[in-house]
Ligand binder design. Structure first.
Ligand code: AMP
Length: 360
């Protein structure tokens, strides 16, 4: 369909590593623009594969399948960041992988993430590495209580982390996390949790969605309020940090940056993800371009879409048994219901979400 040499035009096939709801919503946005998607994941019936044109069932250790997958697609992206360097290198020999391998490496390790933010002068909660009992003791003595001990890798939705309160032992907490490499963070008495999602195109152009407020329940995102009700200077600081991280990581695609707003108005980066993010789901219904379409545009070398907010909105996750709220959502004229096609509503599992448009 024409376009510049670096454009991957509609009709091409986007490869997606991972078969969850983020992959599903990428595939839906891609289909609307005339692309095909090919999902690579180990599960047989995954939310993404249900809506994609092709599916390879395979693990990240299966080099042969990975090579076949890479040869069958025009670009590869991913919907989770815990992808080892090996498979990414195999894919990248054959086809562009966007965002790049370095962004993945930094975002999958909390120590790397915090060190990277520090190189840009971007603040995080005070932290120290914990890789031994001696380091656990030294870290708690310096950071103080309460503190959060988090595994450096493979944590998500509040898993792999524990709060260390008054009188609680850091060494026991570290052993409780399996003795894996951890970070000990000072507990932030935050006024608000927010996130900013930045899109960056192949040409380096960047657009940031407005900061949104995130409320968590049991360590899992419960509600996103878009946009966040922030003083302009705080919103600008959050946006600036997210843009600088995106630029410095040379992202082509999306970078979602989660932050704490401290009681004194300071903005502290908590973590980042080089992919669509749960706190950006509201953009599907209340923004000129959804985060998923924006990712497709970016990785295919197209101009980014507008990020104007069409209507303030509240996104509510449907976690586990909450999926039954779909019945009420269907009855509500302001509610936009999204279900992910998962059959078992296990506790803590993200089954769907509802976005309510806050028109006056
Ligand atoms: P995370 O996996 O780092 O996003 O942490 C999950 C949730 O735990 C965050 O969204 C916060 O609500 C809470 N949390 C994590 N780290 C801290 C911290 N250093 N201080 C206070 N709350 C935290």
């Amino acid at each position: 369909m024409g376009g510049s040499a670096s454009t991957i035009a509609p009709g091409a096939t986007i490869g997606i590593l991972g078969g969850g709801q983020l992959g599903r919503m990428i595939a839906q946005a891609a289909a609307r623009l005339g692309y095909r998607c090919h999902i690579y994941c180990p599960e047989t019936d995954s939310p993404a594969a249900q809506v994609a044109s092709r599916h390879t069932i395979g693990g990240l250790e299966d080099e042969t399948r990975l090579r076949e997958f890479a040869a069958a697609v025009d670009v590869v992206t991913y919907e989770f960041e815990n992808i080892p360097a090996g498979p990414v290198e195999i894919l990248a020999e054959i086809v562009p992988v966007r965002p790049n391998a370095r962004a993945l490496r930094v975002a999958q390790d909390r120590m790397e993430e915090k060190r990277f933010a520090a190189t840009l002068g971007i603040a995080t909660a005070p932290w120290l590495p914990v890789r031994s009992e001696a380091e656990a003791q030294a870290a708690i003595a310096t950071i103080g209580r309460p503190a959060m001990l988090k595994t450096a890798r493979l944590g998500y939705d509040g898993k792999g982390q524990v709060k260390i309160g008054a009188g609680e032992d850091a060494t026991a907490a570290w052993r409780g996390l399996g003795g894996a490499p951890c970070v000990l963070e000072g507990f932030v008495d935050f006024a608000m949790e927010i996130s900013v999602i930045v899109a960056r195109g192949l040409d380096g152009a960047m657009l940031a969605y407005p900061a949104v407020e995130n409320r968590h329940k049991n360590g899992i995102l419960d509600v996103t309020i878009a946009p966040a009700d922030l003083a302009p200077a705080i919103a600008a600081a959050a946006r600036d940090a997210a843009l600088r991280l995106t630029q410095a990581l040379d992202i082509v695609g999306l970078l979602a940056v989660e932050m704490f707003v401290a009681r004194d108005g300071g903005v502290l980066v908590n973590e980042m993800a080089p992919r669509p993010h749960n706190s950006g789901h509201w953009t599907l219904d209340a923004c000129a371009t959804s985060q998923f379409e924006q990712l497709v545009r970016a990785i295919c070398g197209l101009k980014l879409g507008g990020v104007d907010v069409l209507c303030p909105a509240i996104m509510q996750n449907l976690i586990g048994a909450e999926v039954e709220h779909w019945r009420a959502a269907i009855e509500d004229p302001r509610a936009k219901l999204h279900l992910y096609g998962k059959t078992a509503a296990r506790p803590g599992r993200k089954m769907g979400h509802v976005t309510r448009l806050l028109r006056p």
